[in-house]
Design a protein around this ligand. Structure first.
Ligand code: ADP
Ligand code: MG
Ligand code: MG
Length: 212
């Protein structure tokens, strides 16, 4: 497939819209496990990114620069744990598509794998810790295996999204080991992790975008 810098900005616009729609839901999840602000922090970060996309990035066609600046903007705007986590994902992805105005299947695969690895390295969480890595780790693993065997981006991403969803849902039964919710210990069982949920929604939004 062919994914242009305009597509990348359109995708980010759809994430921004999605976050506004899911803001209350993400806060509600975080009220059970943390300080209730996850929807608000995501909204603050993505609204700052929107200003950039509509302003300084309006005529930018380097996918690397776009993702780098969106990541940096997100980082500067967000004070909570997810600030550096998503920002690192966006900035690591950016490095893989530096100076490219059009991305092919291989570029997109590299971008998303770098995104997942960036969040992992930054947060040092693994599947089972009840964080966004419960979505991203199984997603990345399933995507990589499928993409290496078939070399087609959309079917591999679609396939991996099923694993991301299962991973997100599995956080309900987990005892949190990382971040604010880890203070709850066993009382964290029974609630789905907000970050695992926002990570799933970002991936879902990407699939919906590239399929249309
Ligand atoms: P805060 O806890 O600072 O209020 P948010 O509410 O915005 O931050 O985000 C909470 C989410 O951050 C959690 O649901 C979890 O998924 C994610 N998170 C926290 N620590 C880590 C980590 N070390 N690695 C990956 N994700 C993490
Ligand atoms: Mg919070
Ligand atoms: Mg907070």
């Amino acid at each position: 497939m062919e994914f242009t810098s305009a597509d990348l900005k359109n995708y980010f616009d759809e994430v921004i819209e999605m976050i506004e729609e899911e803001k209350d839901y993400l806060c509600e999840l975080d009220r059970k496990l943390g300080d209730g602000d996850h929807g608000v922090t995501m909204s603050i970060g993505w609204q700052a990114a929107k200003e950039m996309i509509d302003g300084d990035l309006k005529d930018e066609d380097d996918c690397g620069k776009i993702s780098m600046i969106v990541g940096k903007t997100f980082l500067n705007a967000v004070g909570s744990s997810v600030g550096p986590l998503y920002a690192t994902g966006l900035m690591r992805g950016a490095k893989t598509v530096k100076k490219k105005t059009v991305l092919n299947d291989d570029d997109l695969a590299e971008y998303w794998l770098a995104f997942v690895n960036g969040v992992q390295e930054r947060g040092q969480a693994k599947a089972g810790d009840k964080t966004m890595m419960d979505t991203l780790e199984p997603f990345g693993e399933a995507f990589q295996v499928k993409f290496e065997s078939a070399n087609e981006f959309i079917p591999a991403f679609d396939h991996a999204l099923g694993f991301a969803r299962k991973g997100m849902e599995s956080t309900k039964e987990m005892i949190s080991q990382k971040g604010r919710s880890s203070r709850l210990g066993e009382r964290s069982v029974g609630f789905q992790d907000p970050g695992a949920t926002s990570a799933y929604l970002m991936l879902l939004t990407f699939l919906a975008y590239v399929k249309n």
